[in-house]
Design a protein around this ligand. Sequence first.
Ligand SMILES: *[C@@H]1O[C@H](CO)[C@@H](O)[C@H](O)[C@H]1NC(C)=O
Ligand SMILES: *[C@@H]1O[C@H](CO)[C@@H](O)[C@H](O)[C@H]1NC(C)=O
Ligand SMILES: *[C@@H]1O[C@H](CO)[C@@H](O)[C@H](O)[C@H]1NC(C)=O
Ligand SMILES: *[C@@H]1O[C@H](CO)[C@@H](O)[C@H](O)[C@H]1NC(C)=O
Ligand SMILES: [Ca+2]
Length: 483
Amino acid sequence: MYFSRFLSLHALWVTVSSVIQHYPSVWGHYDVCKTQIYTDEGKIWDYSACQPEAIDMMKYVKVNLDPPNITCGNPPENFCGMGNPYMCNECDATIDELAHPPELMFDAEGRHPYTFWQSTTWKGYPKPLQVNITLYWNKTIELTDNIVITFESGRPDLMILEKSLDYGRTWQPYQYYATDCLDAFNMEPKSVRDLTQQTVLEIICTEEYSTGYMANSKILHFEIKDRFALFAGARLHNMASLYGQLDTTKNLRDFFTITDLRIRLLRPATGEIYVDPHHLTRYFYAISDIRVVGRCKCNLHATGCREENKKLLCECEHNTTGPDCGKCKKNYQGRPWSAGSYLPIPKGTANICMPSISSIGKCNCNRFGSIRDRCNEKGMCECKQGTTGPKCDKCLRGYYWHNQGCQSNVCDNELQICLNGGTCEKNVRCLCPPTYTGVLCEKPSCEGNSEACNTGQRALTLPCLILLLPLIAPLGLSGFFLF
Ligand SMILES: *[C@@H]1O[C@H](CO)[C@@H](O)[C@H](O)[C@H]1NC(C)=O
Ligand SMILES: *[C@@H]1O[C@H](CO)[C@@H](O)[C@H](O)[C@H]1NC(C)=O
Ligand SMILES: *[C@@H]1O[C@H](CO)[C@@H](O)[C@H](O)[C@H]1NC(C)=O
Ligand SMILES: *[C@@H]1O[C@H](CO)[C@@H](O)[C@H](O)[C@H]1NC(C)=O
Ligand SMILES: [Ca+2]
């Protein structure tokens, strides 16, 4: 029954996916951002979220060992098998076949015998034999699959997996590993299977990967998929549900996000409760393979992540930029940056960066000086007559700013000069001497100076008459001429 439900969900998913294929344009901004998924119909594009493909992150890793001289072989030394202390071998850094440098943890495995890194033996007992293996990418990564570490020595009695989200400045434990959690870390032993949706972020100590030295138990996991399964179902068939959670829960997103990993080897496998001080050559660490699978974190703003000088870089879309597409490009800061969403359209959004105030879009054009408060497609405010400047808040020559924009000057010192000794007040009016009036003091005053009005040039008195016309009209045109 469970299986048939799975099948029908799967069928639905495939159907949805193929419908999408036929209507890519309605997916708007997701056009550029699509993820390849595998269905019964083969490999197809899925437009729902915008993220690069998951890849083998060990191709891009850099590694640092602390203490630096912890690798065996300098000087050469013997090490012996855990089960049989008389089955011994030599580690010699100067001889290729006998050397065990750190890069052998990342070479393509699958050959036999395995190639592996190996530490010095526990010569310094009872001083602890401790090693930090720090893996760093200088890039934010989202884990998509279990971290798997394969030991060629016994799996360590004590180990902490740590992670950093800030390029190694601060570290948090990811998981504790011990043969006895209570004794070693004062933590109740737990398994990832004890976790629930509510406790998924809990940092646990597990005893599953520390017991003994057996042929089939070389491997140690940090379980990503089991944690995903709490949301996406046992077969991870309902990734939409997981993505829904990731969309809304930053802590959950951050949980699966790293920039660095640190494997803290605190005590090698001893195989028994007491360390045998006569056979210290049996105690060491050896790791043949570390597997880290994940994708570049591009904040759902890129489908591509390219390698440049051995470094990973998101190929940012949506006018975003930065190593993780974590900010808006210059001139595209019209609204605050925001990560894209996992949810498909119409519920989700790509959250593309909008053109800035000063370029195109929600433009800061002066609302009185410009025709519209938005820029045109060239990123310019369109100014009303008499207005100028990038935001249309300045006046052209011959205009002055008045409450609601630029008005043409009534007077100034260039084109509209106040006459007859008048002075221009703020381009708005001419202050005329008492004997003159008019906008530019161009005419003698009729009232204050009746003589000038009567005896002045006809041309200038005529406007006085026209103003009086409505009053004198009833007197008749003859009267007008008599006057
Ligand atoms: C390993 O790293 C931790 C911090 O993550 C530090 O406290 C510890 O001293 C380091 N151990 C060694 C052996 O470098
Ligand atoms: C590593 O070097 C330190 C000093 O730099 C030294 O004290 C220590 O003994 C060396 N360890 C080994 C295993 O050679
Ligand atoms: C890390 O990446 C940034 C850019 O993403 C670069 O500027 C910096 O030099 C890199 N650091 C190292 C150590 O590679
Ligand atoms: C900005 O984004 C839009 C939509 O994704 C795209 O068409 C345009 O080319 C981008 N502009 C730049 C400068 O990247
Ligand atoms: Ca290897």
